[in-house]
Design a protein around this ligand. Structure first.
Ligand SMILES: *Cc1c(COP(=O)(O)O)cnc(C)c1O
Length: 357
């Protein structure tokens, strides 16, 4: 059966990416060798790494604007630590917007390095909205934002205006919509939501941001060191880098972020129209802050959970269970999810309504 994959991460990849990635595992570029058994210093892999790094800058429209792109191991959770280690001065101060679980984890990890201020929070309403009119203190080393709150289904549509360096965790909405990415001084994202598979992070950093802290930074944590070594300071996650490369190439061929955004808006409109229309379900995120990537919703009658879950699995709907800290349902609609999958899910919800109303 054709599965409709709404998984929140690791998540759906384009079929042509899966095809090419599996071919490379068996016989990379007709070399008679597997991609995952050759040296990462082999020119054919070095070219992949360099193309991936420049594709990232190209897609974000940041080429020639003083930014470097890195592909490093560790998951977004490691960037929580690396960001603070690189950017927080000894006796410095960092600001965090607490808009969800990941944002809160980022904030807590930064606190190992110094003073951390919660500049705004939406915890009072279980992270169901994005704080507005945020006043940013002017004595921060940086302000950290989580652009899309994967678990709660909220997304920043506008970002605070400030001269403080902006750091953004875009793990779950990178490459999904057009923004002026040059407003950000550092962007990071784990690959497994919208940019490939797990095992690698994309980090895009303004060169002039680095080298300003007076604290010591171990090499593996040091963005500057990784830039000098062109993401080859130590062995990269070769397979994950290749999958990210293929995913970014797929996106470029599709028409880049502009084309992805058009598709994503159409999918999100379809999904939210059904959540709002269907008498058995309700959405949780504030309407103006709804994420185009992760739609969160609940059954009004929780006794219907088992029946709905069974219907979903018999109809090939995969991965719509909400995050364990939040519950309910979550449809993740990343770039690679075709609109036909959303159409199918909407039909399943409509059919469920006719049976259980
Ligand atoms: C998934 C996610 C993370 C955590 O990523 P890991 O790679 O598992 O560490 C962090 N931030 C956001 C916004 C996420 O969606």
């Amino acid at each position: 059966m054709k599965m409709h994959n709404f998984s929140s991460g690791p998540s759906i990849l384009p079929p042509e990416v899966l095809q090419k990635a599996s071919e490379a595992v068996l016989n990379f570029n007709n070399s008679g060798l597997s991609l995952i058994e050759i040296s990462h210093r082999d020119t054919s892999f070095v070219e992949i790494m360099n193309s991936a790094r420049s594709l990232a800058l190209e897609l974000l429209n940041l080429q020639g604007k003083g930014y470097s792109a890195l592909l490093l191991q560790g998951g977004a959770s490691l960037e929580f630590v690396r960001v603070a280690n690189n950017l927080m001065k000894v006796d410095g101060k960092a600001g965090y917007l607490n808009t969800g679980n990941w944002a809160n984890n980022a904030k807590n990890d930064a606190a190992y390095f110094g003073e951390v201020i919660e500049v705004a929070s939406s915890k009072d309403k279980n992270y169901s909205y994005i704080p507005k009119n945020i006043l940013v203190p002017n004595d921060l080393d940086y302000l950290h934002i989580t652009s899309n709150n994967t678990i709660y289904g909220t997304q920043f549509k506008e970002f605070p205006e400030t001269d403080i360096p902006l750091v953004c965790d875009m793990s779950s909405d990178i490459f999904s919509r057009n923004l002026d990415f040059s407003k950000f001084d550092l962007i990071y994202a784990c690959a497994q939501k919208n940019a490939g598979t797990s095992g690698v992070n994309l980090i895009v950093v303004k060169d002039e941001l680095l080298d300003k802290t007076n604290r010591s930074i171990p090499n593996i944590m040091n963005y500057k060191k990784h830039i000098e070594r062109e993401s080859m300071y130590n062995t990269p996650s070769v397979f994950s880098v290749y999958v990210s490369y293929l995913t970014m190439k797929w996106l470029k061929d599709l028409g880049g972020i502009t084309a992805a955004e058009r598709r994503n808006n159409a999918k999100a409109n379809l999904m939210y129209s059904e959540i709002d229309r269907n008498s058995l379900f309700y959405g949780t995120a504030a309407i103006e802050d709804r994420s185009t990537m992760n739609a969160t919703f609940f059954l009004k009658d929780e006794n219907q959970t088992k029946a709905f879950d069974e219907l979903c699995s018999s109809e090939g709907i995969y991965g719509v269970k909400g995050h364990r800290v939040f519950g309910g349902y979550r449809a993740s609609m990343y770039n690679a999810l075709p609109i036909t999958s959303v159409q199918k899910f909407v039909e399943v919800m409509q059919y469920f309504e006719t049976r259980y109303m």
